[in-house]
Design a protein around this ligand. Structure first.
Ligand code: UN1
Length: 509
């Protein structure tokens, strides 16, 4: 038995980790301290993987892949079905741990686990639908087809804000596609990763026939991620994080011709048009802009309000910003929990100072004291009224800041929506179908996600998730994103006794 956990929150985390089946040695006595953003208390200390351990984990995954790829895909789907069952059984505990480690309110912590279950269910169905085409060939007595094969080891790098769901989006698809997975979670949230692996281990045990090394976890910081990015045995690297991270990762993957799925920053906008249902818009904007304390990559960060409804909507919104309950995410009624750490707080204050310097009117944004002491960072969400689209509004600040600007024509609003580097998510609130369709058209939003009468956040796994431009272009979950986790072969089969060549070429020997 290790020593009793030092702080009350560490005690709660320990109880959850024990119930989830994580051995204490995995989160005590290590060299990476883990803090809860709720109070700033230390929850544990996780041993970081050494370079040799990282290399060994990738090696085990590679060996597992060579076996796993031979199992029929529907059989691989059975493992993912068991994973979904284990996740259902562990939903409350894992959701609770997400709350402790990432600071999400319980419904969002549990919602994240629900999203894991959803992608597993989706992947199980998919395990019987990994199909290619048969293609008409110009050569008589020939058949041409495409075959999809397992790819290899998939590296997954995830961020603190969705500490478990993003792994599952990748892992569930990668597994049914016949791949092994090596996961490097954010150094801010290794406990939920350890718990997820403990849950997965139960599924693996029940499945029985899965090779060891199929699901590996490595813990560490930037250098650990880089080792995964640079390892020639990693065929695909899926990375979620900032655009700055993507700029570092992308060229390294390209240099070794590895595949990448990059899910980078968002600077998501919503347009409130003259015909919008303003009650609905208000609720949609509030969740999208303040939910998860503004720390989703799909968070609403820019709001373009038509001149004719500005005076009706914006004062009401400012009222909601002033009233919304900021606090310990475990307290009933809290909608906005803490920022992840001091760096997030400083980044937010800097963006607000820059906005003020540009003459913007800032509502809220101050630190809320008296919740949990100095080592936790709670803020009142900020609503910033801008006269021009400029300054910090053009970049993602990972905090609850909503920049609000008036517009006069839809063309102008769409141009503003598209006038930033990121291209993740977007939405329009309108009851005018011409405006809605224009927003969704080729000349409309340039984002990977474009919504009507809901905010830009809260996507479901049935649709492809990801964005264009500086968001990196990758797609996870939904639709046909499984193809990213497989390699495609074209096969031409000659069942005749002749050898006609394509394009009429003759070659008589
Ligand atoms: C992220 O912020 O990294 O659409 C992912 C959403 C969630 C996923 C967000 N389903 O907001």
């Amino acid at each position: 038995m290790s020593a009793t956990p030092a702080t009350p929150l560490a005690h709660d985390a320990d109880a959850l980790l024990q119930r989830l089946g994580v051995p204490r040695a995995a989160y005590t006595g290590g060299d990476l301290p883990v803090r809860s953003p709720i109070t700033g208390e230390t929850l544990g200390a996780v041993p970081q993987s050494t370079p040799a351990q990282v290399a060994a984990a990738i090696g085990r995954a590679q060996a597992a892949f060579l076996e796993w790829r031979n199992l029929p895909a529907p059989r691989r789907g059975e493992l993912v079905r068991l994973l979904a069952q284990e996740l259902r059984a562990a939903r409350d505990e894992l959701g609770g741990l997400v709350t402790l480690e990432a600071g999400k309110i319980p419904s969002e912590g549990q919602g994240e686990v629900q999203e894991m279950i959803d992608i597993c269910d989706f992947a199980v169905g998919l395990s019987r639908q990994l199909y290619g085409l048969t293609i008409a060939t110009e050569r008589p007595g020939h058949r041409m087809m495409e075959t999809w094969h397992p790819l290899g080891v998939c590296g997954v790098i995830t961020a603190f804000n969705f500490p478990v769901a993003v792994w599952s989006w990748n892992a569930a698809l990668a597994l049914v596609c016949g791949n092994a997975v090596v996961w490097k979670p954010s150094e801010k949230t290794p406990l939920t990763a350890l718990a997820t692996l403990a849950i997965a281990r139960r599924a693996l045990e029940r499945f029985g026939a899965a090779p060891a090394g199929l699901l590996e976890l490595i813990v560490g910081q930037r250098a650990t991620g880089q080792a995964l990015v640079d390892d020639a045995r990693v065929a695909l690297l899926s990375a979620t994080g900032s655009t700055a991270m993507g700029r570092a990762v992308g060229p390294r993957l390209a240099a070794r011709f590895a595949r990448g799925i990059l899910e980078l920053g968002g600077n998501n906008a919503a347009i409130v048009a003259p015909t919008a249902d303003l009650d609905l818009a208000l609720r949609g904007i509030a969740f999208a802009a303040m939910g998860t304390a503004g720390q989703r990559c799909t968070t609403l960060r820019r709001l373009f309000v038509h001149d004719s409804v500005y005076q009706t909507l914006v004062p009401r919104l400012i009222g909601v910003y002033g009233r919304v309950q900021v606090g310990d995410p475990r307290s009933p009624g809290t909608l906005v929990g803490p920022l992840i750490d001091r760096m997030a707080f400083d980044g937010m204050q800097q963006a607000l100072a820059q906005s003020r310097a540009l003459g913007a009117t800032v509502h809220g944004g101050n630190r809320v004291e008296g919740i949990a002491g100095d080592a936790a960072y709670y803020v009142r969400p900020a609503l910033v009224e801008l006269a021009r689209h400029e300054g910090p509004a053009l970049h993602e600040t990972f905090a609850p800041i909503l920049y609000v600007l008036r517009y006069r024509s839809l063309d102008e609003a769409i141009a503003l929506n598209n006038a930033v580097g990121a291209g993740l998510s977007s939405s329009i609130f309108t009851l005018d179908m011409r405006e809605a369709e224009q927003f969704l058209s080729a000349a409309g939003s340039d984002c990977g996600i474009a919504n009507v009468n809901i905010g830009p956040s809260g996507a479901e796994i049935g649709g492809a998730f990801g964005g264009e431009k500086e968001t990196g272009g990758g797609r996870e979950a939904g639709a046909d994103s499984w193809r990213a986790y497989m390699r495609r072969a074209t096969n031409t089969i000659n069942y005749s006794t002749a050898l006609p060549l394509a394009q009429g070429v003759t070659f008589d020997i």
